[in-house]
Design a protein around this ligand. Structure first.
Ligand code: MEV
Length: 328
C-alpha cells in the first residue's frame, strides 16, 4: 500500500488536516441519487494523534461517549497502540453546514491510516463515508468526498474526470473532479446549529409524498444547469441557479427565518445566494459581484452572522509535520 498511497505510511505522532466543504447545488437530493456540486473550503480542522496511557480527545477521558464520530473511526482503523491522545484545532464552525464532522473524520482517518501503512485517496474517501454513516445513520458521501479530495467535486453526474465511486450497499454515488471557476465566495453562519440527520430524515419524508419524484427532478435540473454554468464560467447564471436551488430547498422545508434574513441582507452585493448543507439553521453561501466580497461580509456581519470570505482549498485531507515537543 505504502508505494501508491496518497497518504503515506508514517509512525506516531501524526497530524492530519482536512478542509471544510460548501455545497453549491444539490444538497438533500444527492441522498436520493440526484446530482450534487460542491467544493472544499480553505477553513481547516487539524487532528494530532500520539500514543498515550489513556484514550482522550481534547482532554476528555470518555470521548467515545461524547463524540459520535470518534468510536466508528477507532473501530475502523483499530490503531496500535490502542490508547491515543487526540487533540483538535479547527477553524470550521460546528453543526454549521460546513462539514466540520466530515473534516474531523477525514483528518483523524488520514493520521490513523498513515500509522497502518498509508492509504489511497479513494480508499480514504470510502472509509470516511463508512465512519460518517455509522455515526449519523443517513446521508450521502458528498461531504466526506469533498474534504478528502479537495477543490471541486460532483456526485451522480457522468462525463467528468472520475475520482471514485462509493456505495452503501443499496445506492452507489460516482464522484468526479470538476474545474474550479476561480471565484471567491462568502459564507455566513447564522449561529443556529442544526442536525444533519434530522434534516435529512425530514426531507426524505417530504420526498416520499406524491409530488416527490417531480421535486427530485427539479433538483436534478437545477444542479445540471448549475454545472453547465460553472463550466462556462458564467457567474450571472450560477447566481440565478443558486437562487432557484434555494427556492426548492425552501419548498422542502429546510430554510429558516434567520437564513432568509441573511440572504436578504447579502443579496445586493451578490450574483446570488442560497442556504448550504442540511439547512434548518446552519449557513448560507453567496457569490459576490467582483469587488463586493468585503461588502457582502459587512452586510452579513451587520445582521449578526459570522461571515467568512473564502476560496477553494487546493488540497484535500493530508498529513502535516507533527509539532516538535519542547517539554522533554
Ligand atoms: C449535508 O452537508 C448535505 C446533505 O445532502 C446530507 C448528505 O448529503 O449527506 C443534506
Amino acid at each position: 500500500m505504502a508505494e501508491t498511497a496518497d497518504v503515506p505510511a508514517r509512525s506516531f505522532p501524526l497530524v492530519g488536516r482536512a478542509p471544510a466543504k460548501c455545497i453549491l447545488f444539490g444538497e438533500h437530493a444527492v441522498v436520493h441519487g440526484g446530482p450534487e456540486v460542491l467544493f472544499a473550503v480553505d477553513l481547516y480542522t487539524q487532528v494530532s494523534v500520539r500514543p498515550a496511557e489513556h484514550l482522550s480527545l481534547n482532554g476528555d477521558r470518555e470521548p467515545r461517549a461524547h463524540h459520535p464520530y470518534l468510536g466508528p473511526a477507532l473501530d475502523r482503523f483499530a490503531p496500535v497502540p490502542p490508547h491515543l491522545e487526540i487533540r483538535t484545532i479547527s477553524r470550521i464552525p460546528r453543526a454549521a453546514g460546513l462539514g466540520s464532522s466530515a473534516a474531523f473524520v477525514a483528518a483523524l482517518s488520514a493520521a490513523l491510516a498513515s500509522a497502518r501503512g498509508g492509504i489511497t485517496r479513494a480508499a480514504l474517501a470510502a472509509e470516511c463515508f463508512a465512519i460518517e454513516r455509522a455515526a449519523q445513520g443517513v446521508g450521502s458521501p458528498g461531504d466526506t468526498s469533498a474534504t478528502v479530495a479537495g477543490r471541486w467535486v460532483s456526485l451522480n453526474v457522468g462525463g467528468a474526470e472520475p475520482l471514485w465511486e462509493i456505495s452503501d450497499g443499496q445506492r452507489s454515488w460516482p464522484v468526479c473532479r470538476i474545474a474550479d471557476p476561480g471565484w471567491s465566495w462568502v459564507i455566513g453562519y447564522s449561529g443556529i446549529p442544526r442536525s444533519t440527520g434530522k434534516a435529512v430524515r425530514a426531507v426524505s419524508e417530504r420526498l416520499a409524498a406524491a409530488d416527490g419524484a417531480s421535486l427530485l427532478e427539479r433538483f436534478r435540473s437545477v444542479a445540471l444547469r448549475g454545472l453547465d454554468a460553472l463550466r462556462e464560467v458564467d457567474p450571472e447564471a450560477v447566481g440565478r441557479l443558486m437562487e432557484e436551488n434555494h427556492r426548492l430547498l425552501t419548498e422542502v422545508g429546510v430554510s429558516h427565518p434567520r437564513l432568509e434574513a441573511l440572504l436578504e441582507a447579502v443579496r445586493p452585493a451578490c450574483y446570488g445566494a442560497k442556504l448550504t448543507g442540511a439547512g434548518a439553521g446552519g449557513s448560507i453561501i453567496a457569490l459576490p459581484r467582483p469587488g463586493h466580497a468585503l461588502e457582502a461580509v459587512r452586510r452579513l456581519t451587520r445582521v449578526g452572522a459570522a461571515a467568512f470570505s473564502v476560496t477553494v482549498a487546493p488540497e484535500g485531507a493530508s498529513l502535516l509535520e507533527p509539532p516538535v515537543r519542547t517539554d522533554r
